[in-house]
Design a protein around this ligand. Sequence first.
Ligand SMILES: [Zn+2]
Ligand SMILES: [Zn+2]
Length: 150
Amino acid sequence: MEKELCQICHHRIAEHKFVRVINGVETPYRVCSHCKALMDNKYKELKAKAALRQTPMEERVCPFCGSRLKDFMATGLLGCDHCYRVFEEYLLEYVRGYHGAVQHVGMDASPPPPIDVESLYRELKEAVDSKNYEKAAEIKKRIDANWEGD
Ligand SMILES: [Zn+2]
Ligand SMILES: [Zn+2]
């Protein structure tokens, strides 16, 4: 069988071939294990996010540490890495409010390489914990860029 390269990283051999339905359109994928794992993570994230959007911000509870939004508002600190996903929209507004408009990437910006979203969220937590909101906004932008294209 002919060896094909992964269509995402164009670097490793595509070991996984599958079809994913995106917006009602069947999209074939040929990807390596590394990119497949990233895609699966992202897919799970998006599903969890969609479920979360149904819940009002004030009623959300971080499933990992039990933090609520009021805890963050009281202390300015989040309980754990996962809190960022639970309260993401609020935090984005928080970062925006502090630092003005979040900058947009120019049209000619090259697409970002596959990013380990987990580590970005960890960086985001560190940035907010150390009240470095400028850095937090920058990291948030990178996370958003990584969500695009789905
Ligand atoms: Zn790949
Ligand atoms: Zn948490």
